[in-house]
Design a protein around this ligand. Sequence first.
Ligand SMILES: [Zn+2]
Length: 671
Amino acid sequence: MANRKKAWLVSAAAAFLGAAFLANSLLSSPEERTGQTSRAVLSGTAQNPVSPVNAEPSSSIGQPPATGEGVHQPLSKRIVEYHINVEYSPENQKLLGQQTVTWKNPGSQPVQELYMHLYPNAFASEKTTFMKESGGKLRGDEAKKGSFGDMELRSIKTGDETDLSSAMQFVQPDDGNPDDRTLIKITLPKPVAAGAAITLHTEFAVKLPQVFARMGVTKDFVMAGQWFPKLAVYEPAGTRGRTAEGWNLHQYHGNSEFYADFGIFDVRVKVPADYIVAATGFPTKNPVVEAGKKTYQFYADDVHDFAWSASPNFKVFEEPYAAPNLPGVKIKLYLDPKHEPYKSRYMIAAKKALSRYSQWYGTYPYSTLSVVVPPEGANGAGGMEYPTLVTAWGASEGTPDLELERVVVHEIGHQFWYGLVATNEFEEAWLDEGFTSYTEDKLMELEYGSKPNLPVEASYITSPAALQKNAWGYRSHGEYADNVYTRAKLVLKEIENRVGLNTMDRIMKTYFQRWKFKHPGTRDFQTVVEEITKTKWTEFFDQYVYGSMMTDYAVDSIRIRQANESGQTLYESSVLVRKFGGTVPAVPIRFHFADGSTTEKIWDGQGEQIEYKLTHKSPVDWVSLDPKYTLKLENRHINNYMKTEVDTTWRIRWTLGVVKLLETLFDTVAW
Ligand SMILES: [Zn+2]
């Protein structure tokens, strides 16, 4: 999911950073200013833009691959197989569905219970865990008063018609909230042996709420995400460090997204005849119109979710596209009419993202990628990722800024970090949001020249928390977002900073290639980092990933002592630098003297503090730690700088710089 930028804070923070730059610049020689401003230039990499190669247009209609030897080798383990018929009725905003789902036991033990997520029940009342945790709010959007949604399992039977309705039980493993019905346990008549499969037939009904938190209806726009009874993930031993196999069970939470297994989806969607449907996968035949209704049929394999969206108003545009390491994909746009004038901006953003990510990490393996642009009032459905289908922000009036491209680039990033490398979003959200934010920044800078202001972003992190943590364990949506998006991205930028861009590219590519179509955890990423760099990263991960540290080095004091040596007046400047946060291996420190000269030193960052004594013909008048902003996790920039009034007496004097005062005034911004 895309996170809304804190626009006001960016400008406010930028203004203060600007002031700090200015203060530095006034005191620096021109050479030093060059050094400071080159920070931005250094991080840009000149690469030639991709030359798109247009593939031959392929037919809109695909065929599910025939099974059999040598034909379409499965890319994933295909634990689940869904066959769903669903009909949408605009009169009551309801979905009626029949689902046949087959589950294959991937473990080594017999399993006698299945668990399904009934996500729409998150919107069933104000007492659900989702609503209590979120207060009915998400990313500035609000649940509409009196608009509820729910899911009812009307029947559930095994393949041999054994009725299991009395074997169902809602469970609340996370908080015991009896009003939460988002997870159901189904006890089977007999266990499913390791490697064996079971098929269940269910009938279900979903009342869609007004669009909020990714799903629902706004006028005649429908977003069906998390709309069918969806099996939980059974993790074999070894998955994400598990020692014993078992189900990974969580309710739908205010801050959490999802987790599911790979498989096959064969879905028929029936809508009013004038509706157009966008969906995961590809259509296997042309829609059939009968008695005022239109039925679409879609197929997708090696994906772990299926979403669709419908509206009579979509403006549809399709283009086949191929690029190096991207053999051919059909990009489909389903635009709210207000954004029809921007169709080429959406298309270009999708092409840039698909081609770059395929080059950087590995081939996008699916034949379609659909971009849905919801109407303005349905923004709650915007900025969301599903396998092969993403939603952009709602189409508002006025010329959109670069956020139009950014959200497409972000959500397509999730095709790689979520869709393919299918991490557990309940428990390790940083592995999809942090990685996607890192990837998004890299592309936006390279293709759109939009450079992130990382020091300002770091300054947002006022409440750092561990990254490998349940999404609902963060104290607020703000804390969740600041950590799993921004802090996580800065962790990756700091790794890049230490190992260099080429090695970082190898780390990301290796991690992607090793874990696509699987469910890695944080340790699996650490293992890749350690393998590629041939170094232990224990301290780094303990402090910044499993722990909640940021980097915080500070100039603590500057003391000046005048000394006379053989008739010449000299000054001994004592500068105390302290460490308050996590460790970095090299802390650059610039000392500036009253005569305009400077000297730089690198502290190895070990220990709690270090004192520098510099003897020179004039006293130190300011000290700047990390003057080029190379420490990506340094979030309290205000204490990195200290200026002193020169005191020429013998008296030792502690100074309080202006910046120290600002720190007191603005401590909530945590420079
Ligand atoms: Zn996201």
